[in-house]
Design a protein around this ligand. Structure first.
Ligand SMILES: *Cc1c(COP(=O)(O)O)cnc(C)c1O
Length: 231
């Protein structure tokens, strides 16, 4: 077995252990293989092993990959998105995880309406309050959620966060508990009325804790593909 498939197997084992610990169902947790900077042949190998969800951060790279890879891949846009680039990806992605302003949400809605579609989005929350990260704050999420929920052409399905890089997943558990709490608050206040919501949380360093705390999507890059070489 290739190193890539060995890695996938290890991640899958960890996911299964966390699912049991968190009293979850395996089918309620989607592993998104974060393939940014990684070549299409690696993606194809994972696809052949059954992976259908891939995450990308950069618009041009995402578009190039969608053109050559199987059409039933669900592409997740997880990186910061500029409004002028929405048009390139809106009909190619399954979900946009990184909506971090009303302005961006409005622009996505506008592009979606032009194409007679509804874009599924998550709102990004900077629960750990890191200066380097995008997203709403835990404090201003509710007012922004209310506004964004009114926009035509988009559907808000939940929340996303990127926690700090840590050596021990336990250190980030608090942020996953907080993100879940924010979603439960929105529901309790009657602001979110779909019966299922989605939490996108957990990366290589902390996906095990995230699953235990209710992650529906985990976004795992390095643990599957190995370290990224940025040029
Ligand atoms: C790159 C990236 C990931 C994957 O990170 P790893 O640490 O390699 O698992 C997940 N989420 C976002 C938003 C990213 O940019």
């Amino acid at each position: 077995m290739s190193e890539l498939l060995e890695n996938l197997k290890d991640v899958e084992k960890n996911i299964e252990a966390s699912v049991i610990k968190g009293k979850r169902n395996r089918e309620d947790v989607t592993l998104i293989a974060v393939s940014k900077t990684k070549p299409v042949d690696m993606i194809k190998e994972l696809y052949d092993a059954g992976v259908r969800d891939f995450g990308e951060n950069y618009v041009q790279e995402l578009v190039e990959k969608t053109e050559v890879l199987p059409k039933d891949i669900r592409w997740h846009m997880i990186g910061h998105l500029q409004t002028n680039k929405i048009k390139y990806i809106i009909d190619k992605v399954y979900m946009i995880h990184s909506v971090d302003s009303i302005h961006l949400a409005q622009a996505i809605g506008k592009e979606a309406l032009k194409r007679n579609m509804v874009a599924k989005v998550l709102l990004e929350v900077n629960v750990a309050k890191e200066d380097t990260k995008f997203g709403f704050t835990s404090e201003n999420l509710e007012e922004n959620f209310k506004e964004i929920n009114k926009i035509e052409g988009i559907e808000v399905w939940g929340l996303m966060t990127s926690a700090p890089y840590v050596e021990n997943a336990e250190e980030n558990r608090q942020y996953f508990v907080q993100l879940r709490g924010l979603m439960v608050d929105l529901k309790d206040k009657g602001l979110y009325n779909k019966n299922r919501f989605f939490l996108s949380m957990g990366m290589t360093c902390d996906y095990t804790a995230a699953i235990e705390e209710g992650a529906d999507f985990v976004r795992v890059g390095t643990a599957i593909f190995g370290a990224r070489n940025y040029v």
